[in-house]
Design a binder for this molecule. Sequence first.
Ligand code: ATP
Ligand code: MG
Length: 138
Amino acid sequence: MKQRTLTILKPDTVARRNCGAVISRLEQEGFEILAGRMLRLSEEQAMAFYAVHKDKPFYRPLVEFMTSGPVWPMALERDNAIEHLRKVMGATDPAKAAPGTIRQQFATSIERNAIHGSDSPENARIELSFFFSAAELA
Ligand code: ATP
Ligand code: MG
């Protein structure tokens, strides 16, 4: 069944000029890009986006990293999109990411890990509406 998910090409991917390679990989994996826009997250936006991690020791550095340069959020559609994107991304820590995954290929640390993907249908809905209007997703 077709499903939508949110990805974000993180600041390290933009800075290292890996956007084209990552987008190409996502297209090869059968994802359709429904919407996308490069932008710079405000501190408030980054804090809200990762609010689930607000009590973790890595929260403050994560917010600093995510606001350190442009990011490229995209709405993606595919069969089983949420689970498939998480599989293609690989583990949060690139040292543990499976060979051939985006994080194994492009991430440089557990924090600077190249790409975000929604982790559940509920979070995908919340995160898609965080960046895109209903009209943009129609
Ligand atoms: P994302 O939510 O970005 O898709 P994820 O679901 O694989 O990644 P989470 O546990 O949700 O991982 O953590 C969110 C982000 O916080 C990670 O992608 C990473 O950038 C950062 N992060 C997570 N754990 C650590 C850690 N132990 N040290 C530093 N940064 C971390
Ligand atoms: Mg997560």
